[in-house]
Write a protein that binds this ligand. Structure first.
Ligand code: GSH
Length: 193
């Protein structure tokens, strides 16, 4: 039995989406970051946390990779060259998209006010747009790692949703590419309730 901690408006959405895709049953504990319920399993207070038979796994991409491996979907076999390339793409999306969105968020509402440097945000938007364009120029396949979606596509598409809510620039090409994932029934059903 899986238990997911973290509200839908956080990276926990990635985990809920993967579980929906896999058709696995789970309990959702929609608590905010740093709540006592989260700190019980992750001392940093960060979400998401996945409980697997009462053992906690933290970090959305680690959780997605675990679930994909365990259920044999959305990941190439561990140890294969395809998996090496998939993990490289996942880490590129984390470095070049997720980390930039997170920097902008931290300087908007996470860091103590006196530590925020709001001037960093235009640079974040510029870098994010440049990085996404470069990824899309290189990737000539239906999904980031070929003809079937992988963990990297979940994180990429979620970054598009996040970018939109953070008012980052989104090109037509970016939206079109992310929509291949965001129009999947599992995502549509999850986000329409
Ligand atoms: N790399 C981690 C980042 C987790 C993270 O920073 N989550 C945010 C919510 S989306 C959070 O809990 N922030 C609270 C904080 O940083 O104190 C992941 O992908 O799960």
């Amino acid at each position: 039995m899986y238990k997911v901690f973290g509200a839908k408006g956080t990276r926990a959405l990635r985990v809920l989406w993967m579980l929906e895709e896999l058709g696995e049953t789970y309990e959702h504990v929609a608590v905010p970051p740093r709540s006592d319920a989260v700190k019980l399993y992750n001392q940093t207070g960060k979400v998401p946390v996945l409980l697997v038979d009462d053992v906690a796994i933290t970090d959305s991409s680690a959780i997605l990779t675990y679930l994909a491996d365990r259920h044999g979907r959305f990941a190439a076999p561990a140890g294969s060259i395809e998996r090496g390339r998939q993990d490289a793409m996942l880490h590129r999306v984390l470095d070049e998209m997720d980390a930039i969105l997170w920097t902008a968020a931290r300087h908007s509402f996470i860091l103590p006010e006196e530590r925020r440097v709001t001037e960093v945000k235009p640079t974040c938007k510029w870098e994010f747009e440049k990085n996404v364009a470069q990824i899309l120029e290189e990737v000539q396949t239906e999904y980031l790692c070929g003809t079937v979606p992988t963990v990297a596509d979940f994180v990429f598409a979620h970054c598009c949703v996040w970018a939109q809510s953070a008012k980052f620039p989104i090109s037509d090409e970016f939206r079109h590419y992310a929509n291949r994932m965001l129009e999947r029934p599992a995502y549509v059903n999850l986000t329409s309730v």
